[in-house]
Design a protein around this ligand. Sequence first.
Ligand SMILES: Cc1cc2nc3c(=O)[nH]c(=O)nc-3n(C[C@H](O)[C@H](O)[C@H](O)COP(=O)(O)OP(=O)(O)OC[C@H]3O[C@@H](n4cnc5c(N)ncnc54)[C@H](O)[C@@H]3O)c2cc1C
Length: 283
Amino acid sequence: MYDVCILGKGPAGLSAGIYAVRAGAQTLIIGGADGALAKAKRIDNYFGIATISGQDLLDAGQAQYTALGGETLEAEVTAVEMGPGGFVLHTADRQIEAKAIVLAMGKGRKGASLPGETEFLGRGVSHCAVCDGFFFKKKRVGVLGSGAYAASEARQMLAFTPDVTIFTDGKEPAVEMPCTVETAKLSALTGEARLSAVQTADGRSFPLDGFFIARGSAGASELALKLGVPTENGNIRVDRDGMTALPGVFAAGDCLGGLCQVSVSVGTGALAGQRAAEFVRQR
Ligand SMILES: Cc1cc2nc3c(=O)[nH]c(=O)nc-3n(C[C@H](O)[C@H](O)[C@H](O)COP(=O)(O)OP(=O)(O)OC[C@H]3O[C@@H](n4cnc5c(N)ncnc54)[C@H](O)[C@@H]3O)c2cc1C
């Protein structure tokens, strides 16, 4: 079991890692190479560095963290749950335990919204199988997505109903899916008081009672929701120590909202990493 596990290896996650390791915590960072900083060609406003590419800054932070003895796993976290000693993180092929976690997964990726998605939110459309799956016992359910996160949400739903279809919206599935897959491009979610069907661009209609959005990776706010951590307009709420309302769950970086900049991510990451290590020591 790790002392501190950090979700995300952007500037917030790496900064949290540097502080957690230096505070004596056995630390693992899990993340991918697709964060916001990796996309920034030039950073001209970071303290002490006139100009640097986002990728070079990330590489320097990663090298600094690794040299201190921190571990890194290139993977996507698809689910987090409470465990006997703290938290259990799920990736496509592993379960990892940690005494404290830091959510540092940047701003959630926003795919193109389907007509009807907002209208039927809470009336058939959901972003959380763990939270709402129970309401769709033995019902017809769709899951939107093509990656490991969609597969994980579909697996959650299969515990409630055998009638689960994954809609990839024109993409090829990136992982093995646990149920029927429909790859047609989608055009709209339709219904009256509640969602009743999803329409495809080729003119077909699939009757549904529930539709779970699981595009791309699980974002910080989706995982927070599953843990029961409060969010506000999709941003995670933390106290002055960077801890959420759930003891042992910290958060940092763009997922907090506000000024989404590297310097702020590095600062909130430092706070969350330091306090997460202290939290574990005090326990
Ligand atoms: C084009 C562009 C230009 C920019 N220019 C500037 C600039 O000039 N100056 C400036 O200060 N800021 C700039 N920014 C903003 C800056 O990049 C962000 O504020 C900063 O990168 C946020 O850091 P973060 O660590 O919170 O998130 P990110 O850098 O987005 O990192 C998120 C990490 O979380 C991981 N992740 C996501 N989901 C999961 C999951 N389910 N499981 C595991 N890991 C996951 C990702 O793989 C990634 O490693 C720019 C951003 C962009 C896109």
